[in-house]
Write a protein that binds this ligand. Structure first.
Ligand SMILES: Cc1ncc(COP(=O)(O)O)c(C=O)c1O
Length: 321
């Protein structure tokens, strides 16, 4: 596919797929349960975010950009990973965080600073305050003679989603037959790319997003738009609305631990030694029984939990426990 020419290599791929029989038993899953270990992408502490960054960085470098501008919350895994990717590519990184400056600093914020990012704050805790601030920061940089490349929150663009289109193809080389995939949906790029990639494979995987930051109704249109844009860039068949399957996994709210998630994290740790974070991955695994419904008792079903990383969010959770 043409898209492979526009990658800036960051991740060590393929990430492993592991059998999880003890985790399956603990969750009441009768069929085969596998874990796709995108927490092990092997670049910085990027988890899943190494994949979109390969495409975003390639575009930025192709345009001759010298500064990567992005933002989110101080706990953003994407911001941390973007800072590391920019440093490795010889670019500067400006991160714009929502809200007033915070202490103690989240481990992702500390890591982003360690990679050399310059941090600014919007002063407004509303996450969407970052969006206009990104445009303003880029305009200021341009006026100062710099060449900024702006990545939106979470790096979720159709181009970034190509990383997961490719990840679906990668999964197809590792797992036989049809399977149900469950993962965390935040800004939507990960889910969108996997949907587009699965559609390209004749809908071999049924992708289910556990929406952790928006109500599923709010996230659906955005995921579909990203998935269609991604498929167009990849030159593959367009996803349909029915390909977008989302459940509500917010619990008490974005970045607030949920009871289901806490239980899932405990079970993953004690059955497999796998670390899940309270913001994304724990809530996604916690939603797995709801996604499967009656099918949880079907021994013929293959289910894949897509572990997207979030290690430093897990550490932040331990610090605050
Ligand atoms: C650990 C982790 N998992 C899942 C996601 C969700 O990915 P997306 O924002 O592409 O929906 C994120 C996003 O930041 C994340 O950091």
């Amino acid at each position: 596919m043409a898209m492979t020419r526009s990658r800036h290599n960051l991740a060590t791929l393929p990430t492993p797929v592991q059998q999880a029989p003890r985790l399956a038993e603990a969750l009441g899953v009768a069929g085969r349960l596998l874990v796709k270990r995108d927490d092990l992408t092997g670049f910085a502490v990027a988890g899943n975010k190494a994949r979109p960054l390969e495409y975003l960085l390639a575009e930025a470098l192709g345009r001759g950009a010298d500064v990567l501008v992005t933002g989110g919350t101080p706990g953003s895994n994407f911001c941390q990973a973007a800072a590391a990717a920019a440093a490795g590519a010889g670019m500067e990184c400006v991160l714009i965080y929502a809200g007033p400056a915070q202490r103690p600093q989240h481990p992702n914020h500390l890591a982003a600073r360690a990679w050399g990012a310059r941090v600014e704050w919007t002063g407004d805790p509303d996450r969407s305050s970052v969006d206009t601030a990104l445009t303003d920061a880029a305009a200021e940089l341009t006026a100062a003679g710099r060449r900024p490349y702006v990545a939106p929150r979470g790096g979720s663009t159709a181009r970034g989603a190509l990383g997961f289109h490719q990840a679906a193809a990668e999964l197809a080389t590792q797992v036989d037959g049809p399977a149900t995939v469950v993962l965390a949906t935040g800004s939507g790029g990960t889910t969108a790319g996997l949907i587009a990639g699965s559609v390209a494979l004749g809908r071999r995987f049924e992708i289910h997003g556990a929406s952790v930051s928006r109500a599923p109704e709010q996230a659906r249109g955005r995921v579909l738009e990203l998935a269609r844009g991604c498929a167009e860039l990849a030159g593959t068949a367009p996803p349909e609305a029915a390909d977008v399957r989302l459940v509500d996994a917010r619990g008490p709210g974005h970045a607030q631990p949920s009871t289901l998630g806490a239980h899932a994290a405990q079970v993953a740790l004690t059955t497999m030694g796998i670390v899940l974070d309270p913001v994304y991955t724990a809530k996604a695994l916690g939603a797995l029984p709801a996604v499967l419904g009656e099918q949880i008792r079907d021994p013929r079903l293959t289910t894949i939990f897509w572990h997207t990383g979030g290690l430093l969010d897990a550490v932040a959770g331990w610090e605050h426990a």
